[in-house]
Structures are given as structure tokens and as C-alpha cells.
Design a protein around this ligand. Structure first.
Ligand code: IPM
Ligand code: MG
Length: 358
């Protein structure tokens, strides 16, 4: 039997609620599809930090290394600074494992309403590739003369030919694998003359390797307009770390809710395990209430199955999620009254039903 080793890191806020829902659904799929999951559970995160002074143990990355994939919940606590919790766990894993490609699909699921007039399922089917290792998140900068009128702070964006080429190549390859074979390269090369102009130049070079992919360029400000006014004109997009961070929140809102938006932090070279997580974060306001939307975690679970070489199970997961959403079994963030457990049970039933012998 095929076996996949999963490192589960539920971490903070609603993370544990959605990851346990996700694992339940993945187990239901494994049982039908004939593979097994070996799940290692890690209790790292903000509570661990309060006990030990670290978000994860010093040998954390070594321990994760043997996993085939990491299933991650959310990080952040109301009583700890975000930059500590974030850099101590999630970004440490992304950077430590060279997960330079962040992949964020967006679709309007059946039963979910877009705030855009006349835009429904099928009209908005996007995949945003976010550069995940450098750019505005490179961690370069500093502060001098703190608190004085002459205080200086720098936050330096770093763009390397290696980093930009590999993310563009990844994005062209993803675009090539999708039916429309179209990529939109997003920059701000009218105002930012160095890093962004280099992006545009490298895009043109890499495009030559993909003659079957059509591509266009858009400035990031104009991109927000195009996403709202001409959503059907877009398919695959690629942008810097910060630009894509912002565009993917817009994308999630246009598809109805951040509660359904998944993401994958991928090491395309597969030297290290990749990490799969919902975008929504820890959501303290609803932690422990049992109403967190598990759909983003299911969807990222489908991305994880795809990555693990289980495309049929991934498709079955999405079919079950769409069936449940279409039936109106929705959590309050998307206008329903269902609990996390209701949605999870319905998705597990759909998975069992979908493959049941007639
Ligand atoms: C995201 C989030 C994070 C990011 C935050 C929590 C730092 O907004 O995954 O999009 O900007 O990377
Ligand atoms: Mg974000």
C-alpha cells in the first residue's frame, strides 16, 4: 500500500480545529483510495513558545525533514508579537525548506456568492503564484537612532536573478499545465526601476522557453482594477512576495471569503517537504467556538494530495467539498449556520457516497 508521511502542525487559534477536521477528511479519502497516511503530530506554536521560549525546538527542521508534506494550521497569538510567532515557525519553515513557490488558487465554489455582480462559478478561476523567499520579505533592513527625530528605518526588497528566474519558470510551467495556458506577470516597473525592471526582462527571457504559453504584463495597481472589472481575462498570475500577498486577499474576497482560500508553500525541487495551509490565520475571535470554516484546510489538503501523487483523491476531495457547498452546508463566515463538525461530517459522507458501489 502507498504510504505518505504527514507532519501535522496545527499551532494556534483555530489551527487545531481546522487541521483535525482536515485529517478526518484525509483519512476518509485514504480509506477509499487505498493509500495510508502516517501522521506525526507536533505541538509547536505560541503555547509551546510560552513554555519554552521558542516557537519550535532547535532541531525542528531536522525533525520535519523526513515528512513527505507538512499540514499547517495557523500561527499567531493575541498576547505575542506577530513578527516573533511568524518568523519563529512559519517563515522559518518556508525559508529553511526553500519553499520558494507559494501557490494560491481561487475559484468561486458553488453555493458561495461573489461580491462581483454577474460573476459566478466558472467565471473566476485563478491561480496566483507568489514569490515566497525574497523580495519585500527578505528580512533585510534595520533601524538607527531609535525614537529620535532623525530615526531611520530601511526595509529593503531583494531581487536576485536566481530567485526571479526560478519563480517565473515555475509560474510559466503552472500556466502551461492549465487549460488556458496564459500567464500574467505583475510588477511595478514603471515606478521601481531596478528590481521590477529586472523581473520584466527575465519574464521575457523565460517566456521564450514556453512558446505554447501566452503571457501579458500588468502593473500591480492596474491589476486590482482588472481583477474586479475583467476577472475572466485572467488565469495564472505571478507576482512578488508582497504584491501577491495583497492580490491574494483581494482574490479571496472576490471569490466570497478568506475562509475558503488555500495555499501551498512548495519546494519545486522536492529536496525538502512542502507545506500546505489555509490562508486565513488564527482568528482568535472565533477560536474554540466550533464554527471555523474548514473548507480552506480541505482545499489545501487536496493540493497536498496532488503534490503527493494522489490526483484522483485530490479530485475526489474537491468534488466532495463542492457538493457540500452547493447543498448550502456552510459556516457563518459564508452566510450559513453549519458548524465545523457539520461541514466535516458532510464532506466525509460525500466522499464515502461518491465512491460507494452502486
Ligand atoms: C499570508 C499572510 C501572511 C503574509 C501574514 C500573516 C504575515 O497575510 O499568508 O498572506 O503576509 O505572508
Ligand atoms: Mg496575506
Amino acid at each position: 500500500m502507498r504510504r505518505h508521511r504527514i507532519a501535522a502542525i496545527p499551532a494556534d487559534g483555530i489551527g487545531p480545529e481546522v487541521i483535525s477536521a482536515g485529517l478526518e477528511v484525509l483519512e476518509a479519502l485514504a480509506a477509499r483510495a487505498g493509500f495510508a497516511l502516517d501522521v506525526d503530530h507536533y505541538d509547536w506554536g505560541s503555547d509551546y513558545y510560552k513554555r519554552t521560549g521558542r516557537m519550535m525546538p532547535a532541531d525542528g527542521l531536522e525533525r520535519l525533514r523526513a515528512a513527505d508534506a507538512i499540514y499547517f494550521g495557523a500561527v499567531g497569538a493575541p498576547d505575542l508579537p506577530d513578527h516573533i510567532t511568524l518568523w519563529g515557525l512559519r517563515l522559518a519553515i518556508c525559508q529553511g525548506f526553500n519553499q520558494y513557490a507559494n501557490v494560491r488558487p481561487t475559484r468561486i465554489l458553488p453555493g458561495i456568492t461573489s461580491p462581483l455582480r454577474d460573476v459566478g462559478p466558472g467565471d473566476l478561476d485563478w491561480l496566483i503564484v507568489r514569490e515566497n523567499s525574497e523580495g519585500e520579505y527578505a528580512g533585510q533592513g534595520g533601524r538607527s537612532h531609535r525614537g529620535r527625530p532623525e530615526e531611520i528605518a530601511t526595509e529593503v526588497s531583494i531581487f536576485t536573478r536566481t530567485g526571479v528566474s526560478r519563480i517565473l519558470r515555475f509560474a510559466f510551467r503552472v500556466a502551461q499545465s492549465r487549460p488556458r495556458k496564459h500567464l500574467t506577470v505583475v510588477t511595478k516597473s514603471n515606478a521601481q526601476r531596478f528590481g521590477m525592471v529586472m523581473w520584466d526582462e527575465i519574464a521575457a527571457e523565460v517566456a521564450a522557453e514556453f512558446p505554447d504559453v501566452t503571457w501579458d504584463k500588468e502593473l500591480v495597481d492596474a491589476m486590482t482594477l482588472r481583477m474586479v472589472r475583467r476577472p475572466r481575462s485572467l488565469d495564472t498570475m505571478v507576482a512578488t512576495n508582497l504584491h501577491a500577498d495583497i492580490l491574494t486577499d483581494l482574490a479571496a474576497a472576490l471569490a466570497g471569503s478568506l475562509g475558503v482560500a488555500p495555499t501551498a508553500n512548495i519546494d519545486p525541487e522536492r529536496q525538502f517537504p512542502s507545506m500546505f495551509e489555509p490562508i486565513h490565520g488564527s482568528a482568535f475571535d472565533i477560536t474554540g467556538k466550533g464554527i471555523a470554516n474548514p473548507v480552506a484546510t480541505f482545499w489545501t489538503g487536496a493540493m497536498m494530495l496532488e503534490h503527493l501523487g494522489e490526483p484522483a483523491a485530490a479530485a475526489a476531495m474537491m468534488a466532495a467539498v463542492e457538493q457540500v457547498c452547493a447543498a448550502g452546508i456552510l459556516t457563518p463566515d459564508i452566510g450559513g449556520t453549519a458548524t465545523t463538525a457539520d461541514v466535516t461530517r458532510a464532506v466525509c459522507d460525500a466522499i464515502r457516497g461518491a465512491n460507494a458501489p452502486a
